[in-house]
Design a protein around this ligand. Sequence first.
Ligand code: ADP
Ligand code: MG
Length: 219
Amino acid sequence: MNKSYTLGERKIKVLQGISLSVKPGEFVAIMGPSGSGKSTLLNIIGCLDELDSGSYQLDGMELAGASEPQLARIRNERLGFIFQLFNLVPRIPAIRNVELPLIYAGIDARRRAEMAGQMLERVGLSDRAQHSPSRLSGGQQQRVAIARALVNGPDILIADEPTGSLDSAASAGVMELFLSLNRQGITIVMVTHEQEVASLASRIVRLRDGRLEREELAR
Ligand code: ADP
Ligand code: MG
């Protein structure tokens, strides 16, 4: 696949001839220097951005040129997103943050609270359900974000530098959670610049200047 951005008169080739295939149940880490195109590639995989040329298939379904409603549906039903800065809504309780995707999915209030509560339990934060994000540590906020990403039952987790704002203890907690989710069958595609974090993945893909530099099996 290829992807360029146009800045004024200049066309910047961000991804050039990338070919990547991820199997169900894999845990892939994408590494590379800043500006090498990691987030751009992840956003294309996450249906948040579109490629210019080439092909993107999800379970054999061609998504290059798919309509926005079709992509929105895939994002909602199949994908969960985790970001470096958590992207939680600051002034509402943790449990309401986890419920947000269920509102878009049209689930009633009572069932939403029940599902969000179960999800918070799964990430070990039942006792923080009524806390707003500002009263939670970075590691706890990221676990709320993971609960929110998973509440719709996606089979693919997309994470851009999920431990990039965390200290090493919180980072280890988040990675332990990722490993446990992966063992439960969730496919993970994660960008990181930390070798220690990447080494937990089953495969590491390295980008340089928008090209696939090399791939290696990790664990
Ligand atoms: P990484 O995540 O590896 O740091 P990115 O994928 O964010 O890299 O960016 C790759 C390149 O694309 C950079 O040179 C960046 O400046 C450029 N870029 C990213 N997004 C845009 C955009 N929306 N418009 C123009 N250029 C962009
Ligand atoms: Mg990035």
